[in-house]
Ligand binder design. Sequence first.
Ligand SMILES: Nc1ncnc2c1ncn2[C@@H]1O[C@H](COP(=O)(O)OP(=O)(O)OP(=O)(O)O)[C@@H](O)[C@H]1O
Ligand SMILES: [Mg+2]
Length: 364
Amino acid sequence: MPDQPAPFLRIDGVSKTFGTFQAVKDVSLTIAKGEIFALLGGSGCGKTTLLRMLAGFEEPTAGRIWLDGQDMTGVPPWERPVHMMFQSYALFPHMSVAKNIGYGLKHEKLTKDQRMARVREMLDLVQLTPFADRKPHQISGGQRQRVALARALARQPKLLLLDEPLAALDKKLREHTQFELMSIQERTGVTFIVVTHDQEEAMTLADRIAVMDKGQVKQVGAPGHVYEHPDSRFVANFLGSITQFPARVSSVATDRATVEVPAFGATVETGLIPGLAAGEALTLAIRPEKLTILREKPAGLNAIPGEIKDLAYFGKDSLYRVILPSGELISVHAVNAKREDNRPDWYDKIWLGFEPASAILLRD
Ligand SMILES: Nc1ncnc2c1ncn2[C@@H]1O[C@H](COP(=O)(O)OP(=O)(O)OP(=O)(O)O)[C@@H](O)[C@H]1O
Ligand SMILES: [Mg+2]
């Protein structure tokens, strides 16, 4: 194995307390150079506070932050190779796009020519060269967002912190700008930490995500890993939709467990998690797209009887809510891959099939 490179950013046991309120609790993370890392969590969970500590606007109450091998304790914001793009990226309304981008370069030891060259390079990067002389109110929201990004990148930070960078944009523009942001990051190689409360945005943008709750990091990993292998009910619920049921382990074999789920009125087969033992009470969770609606009881799959309670037909796919024998509801997502009319309808008695590996077992 080659030596692992030292992490570019190391957040080591960082906490932040305001008065008696702990906004960030013992957060440890390592982030690699050139990574796009997303901090995801509900309002008030401590995302901005964590970014502000990285930028140097707040000092941690406990713990340390290392950037590129240097301890950031006591280093003021302007001496850190970090730039923070705020939740509301304030552009100067009276300055042109080019002047806004060049603003942060005033304090750097650059000649006028060097400064203008840097501004031109940034305008080109964010594809705003034709708009250089316009004022912020003469361009669109998405373009303003790109000006703010260009202004942040002009100073060539090693680490760029983006707090809800796309929040002000409508859905279509957001999706478009997400891809632009990724391509700009790829071309510059700057490490990005992006804060968002939009899970799809986090999953689209980021190499890895950290899901936060009440000041704590609950889980870190690649988007696909965190989505398919959540390790707590909170994370399972926060990313995508999922239905959760109390369950009890009946027996454990070498590669399978049998789990009793009262809501299903049946036992089902599942994969294993470490340390699973017969008798253990836990939560079984299953995502809507992992369930298949069948007319006949399937063989070789987990099978639960149910009845269609609600359905929403979206054209390319449909969402069903199915009543289980216990009266509880489960969500099922189906892709309408065939052009047929005999799709499940209200009150149809059906079977739900799923593979053992699709069931998620959660302890926390
Ligand atoms: N200077 C401060 N003094 C006291 N409490 C603060 C201060 N700054 C933040 N908090 C509290 O810390 C908690 C975390 O705030 P933070 O701004 O980090 O949340 P957030 O995750 O960024 O939320 P949002 O998604 O709404 O922006 C909140 O409960 C907030 O009220
Ligand atoms: Mg915030």
